[in-house]
Design a protein around this ligand. Structure first.
Ligand SMILES: [Fe+2]
Length: 375
């Protein structure tokens, strides 16, 4: 029996909005995600590593099992959810935001408002993360309906014991369509950005690297990042900068005695620059709020937390300039997959309790280590 040797999938880069210069995002047409041929899988993998964020429209009927299968294309040996069981820790800042689907525990439900029944979950109340729970100085109540912030720029990763997922997928199940918001940086630059309410925003780690000076590029290639043990518990008392790009230093981090037992072998030391497995390009990939120490080329350890954060912030801030931010305008049925090792992303927006929103998120702790920056 003859087999198709080509795929019917076509790849369409998403044009940036007027004035923007980001080069990430592509729509893929002609897919049946429940029945992919090996050729289709190759097209999808190549598109992900070329465009960093890929979007499939009209996928409302995608099952949690099919979502898991598509997400696993990028790491066939991966099995368990990207945060493992670490979410069970009640002190973790991630704990309130996620509900696990019983039939497919790698898939989590996130969103806002009361949902009577969804995929085996009953009477769940979802809460869209609001920056006032994380930022040192939130937008005022008066401005809150119209103004928003980047909640927290991050890579999806436990950053302790487990390796950062290769890819994350998001399915927009229910999307309230309400007014857009103005996203404010509030860092003295006057930078702001108009975003659809509840937009997920992405920046390219490759662009974040490319816009650095040659000296900073060399520094980034040669420097390693030590992440805090149990980072999401460690940072639970600390507060974020107004840009959502890392923390302010107020000595609010938990001390080792306040954390679960620490196994030093599980502490993650990762390069600053991660290599794209298809194109070989380098991305500046640092989870800014979980950073604790830096190890320089000559072995010097920088462990003054305030200084560590200043160094990382100076490297990362140019890469989140408004023109570099791709803000997804979600429609119900949108299914996005992103290269978690090549982008930083953030939640934005605020919703009223009656604005019900349901998304499904899936990622798996990786079976592969981060690719180092050395050629
Ligand atoms: Fe995320």
């Amino acid at each position: 029996m003859p087999h198709a040797t080509t795929s019917n999938i076509t790849v369409h880069p998403i044009p940036p909005r007027p004035g923007a210069t980001y080069t990430i995002g592509a729509e893929l047409h002609g897919t049946n995600l429940s029945s992919l041929s090996p050729q289709d899988e190759e097209v999808i993998k190549h598109a992900l590593y070329t465009h960093q964020v890929i979007l499939f429209k009209n996928q409302s009927s995608l099952t949690p099992a099919a979502q898991f299968a598509v997400t696993r294309l990028f790491d066939p040996l991966a099995t368990s959810y990207g945060h493992g069981a670490t979410l069970d820790a009640k002190k973790s800042i991630l704990h309130p935001d996620l509900k696990t689907i019983p039939s497919q525990p790698q898939v989590q439900v996130i969103g806002n408002g009361f949902v009577p029944e969804y995929e085996g979950l009953k009477d769940i109340t979802l809460k869209h993360p609001h920056h006032r729970t994380f930022h040192a100085t939130p937008v005022t109540e008066k401005d809150d309906r119209n103004a928003t912030r980047f909640y927290r720029w991050h890579i999806d990763a436990a950053l302790y014991d487990l390796d950062p997922p290769m890819a994350t997928s998001l399915l927009a199940v229910k999307v309230p369509r309400t007014q857009a918001q103005t996203l404010r940086y509030d860092d003295g630059t006057g930078d702001e950005l108009r975003v659809p309410r509840g937009s997920t925003v992405f920046v390219s780690g490759e662009t974040m690297y490319d816009v650095l000076s040659d000296a900073d590029k060399a520094f980034a290639r040669d420097t390693r990042v030590v992440y805090a043990a149990h980072p999401y518990i460690w940072m639970s008392g600390a507060r974020s900068r107004s840009t959502g790009l890392g923390m302010v230093s107020e000595d609010r981090e938990l001390s080792p005695s306040q954390l679960p037992p620490i196994d030093v072998d599980k502490i993650k030391t990762l390069p600053m620059c991660w290599k794209n497995p298809v194109t070989g390009k380098l991305a500046l990939q640092i989870h800014p709020s979980a950073v604790q120490k830096l190890i320089l080329k000559d072995g010097t350890v920088v462990d003054d937390l305030e200084r560590v954060r200043e160094i990382v912030y100076r490297l990362q801030r140019p890469g989140i300039a408004p023109e570099l931010v791709y803000a997804v305008d979600w429609e119900e049925g949108d299914f996005a997959v992103f290269n978690n090792r090549g982008v930083l992303h953030s939640v934005t927006g605020s919703f009223l309790p009656e604005e019900v929103r349901v998304f499904r998120q899936c990622n798996m702790a990786a079976s592969q280590l981060v690719e180092r920056s050395e050629a």
